[in-house]
Design a protein around this ligand. Structure first.
Ligand code: COA
Length: 326
């Protein structure tokens, strides 16, 4: 059984925030942000949620595929910024779209989450467990950003993307290979704490409350990404029996233009084959890849039979990639 993506969708908050606006909130400049990251603006939530954005993205993917929500077997939501610990966001999206026959659960692999979700969908489909799976990446990172830390708050944006993956017995479209990994020993270089322990027997130091926002060692994350993503893509291509020249597009997690340029250089691939949208939307963690995929799809830049590499990397630290025949 092969996995074919038959619909894509995305949703962004309505409010744009450019670098000039950021400079009114923290001590920064448009020039610094553009030069170091490639980001020009991002969308920030003024009430949109992981569930509302994810729901909109799913409905668009279903509409494009011409499939009713009740025909979906599973919803996998990649998110690291859920509104609730439980019910999970995937169950809330299931209710919102009326996917009455679908199982649903969340995946937290930070910025690698969408690729991990797609790899899981492929495994379920190959094993014959499910036939139609919505894989969603949805984040409201502005909720966990530290708005007093200029080195992190300028990087992130909010948004959601989704694909509908379907089992097919024939046709060219499929996933050729996948790879994923983690290095938990370096997890704290990009972290955001959950709730503190405050039970009647034990209370954590209230000063720890400062760590309940996103913190990052930018240099460490940068070095990890440049090194690991190129290795990961080389490995996933080798598994598929392909060389970089045989791939049409490399759709990477949109963290930073300099990371993407370094990966392209390491692979010896022209940067023109690495589409980017981070100038307009910033780093949307697990939503970056599916939003870009949807934009490319709707612009008519993906053609059946094209070979595409997806690669995500981020908190965990996690990394993953897959090769698709579109
Ligand atoms: N505006 C202006 N100056 C800023 C700034 C901002 N928004 N953020 C940091 N600076 C300053 C720092 O305070 C520092 O000043 P100093 O030299 O006086 O101490 C200077 O700029 C350099 O900071 P540094 O952190 O060394 O910059 P950098 O070249 O490493 O770039 C990142 C910082 C975050 C852009 C870069 O490390 C990066 O992209 N890392 C990867 C982050 C990422 O993608 N994370 C998500 C992965 S999923």
């Amino acid at each position: 059984m092969r996995m074919k993506i038959i619909g894509t969708g995305s949703a962004l908050p309505r409010t744009r925030v450019d670098n000039g606006q950021m400079a009114e909130w923290v001590d920064t400049t448009d020039a610094w942000i553009r030069e170091r990251t490639g980001i020009g603006e991002r969308r920030l939530s003024t009430g949109e949620t992981v569930v509302s954005l994810g729901t909109e993205a799913c409905l668009k993917a279903l509409e494009q595929a011409g499939i009713g929500a009740e025909e979906v077997d599973l919803i996998l939501l990649a998110t690291c910024t859920p509104e609730y610990l439980f019910p999970c966001g995937a169950c809330q999206i299931q209710a919102a779209i009326g996917a009455v026959h679908a199982a649903a659960y969340d995946i937290n692999a930070a910025c690698s989450g969408f690729v991990f979700g797609l790899n899981a969908a492929q495994a379920y489909i190959r094993a014959g467990v499910y036939r139609r799976i919505l894989v969603v990446g949805s984040e409201v990172l502005s909720k966990v950003a530290d708005w007093s830390d200029r080195s992190t708050c300028v990087l992130f944006g909010d948004g959601a993307g989704a694909v509908l993956a379907q089992a097919r017995e024939d046709g060219e479209s499929r996933m050729l290979s996948s790879i994923q990994g983690a290095d938990g020993t370096k997890g704290m270089v990009l972290n955001c704490r959950s709730r503190m322990m405050m039970n009647p027997l034990f209370q954590e130091n209230p000063e720890e409350a400062d760590t309940m926002y996103l913190t990052m060692d930018g240099r460490e994350v940068y070095c990890f990404a440049v090194r690991q993503v190129a290795v990961c893509i080389a490995q996933v291509l080798e598994k598929a029996g392909l060389t970089p020249e045989e791939v049409g597009l490399f759709i990477l997690h949109q963290a930073n233009v300099r990371i993407i340029e370094a990966v392209a250089r390491n692979l010896g691939v022209d940067i023109g084959r690495f589409p980017m949208n981070l100038e307009r939307v910033g780093n949307m963690s697990s939503a970056s890849i599916p939003v870009l995929l949807d934009e490319l799809n709707r612009e008519g830049r993906l053609h059946r039979g094209d070979r595409i590499v997806l690669s995500g990397f981020g908190g965990g630290l996690t990394y993953g990639a897959c090769v698709l025949v579109w």
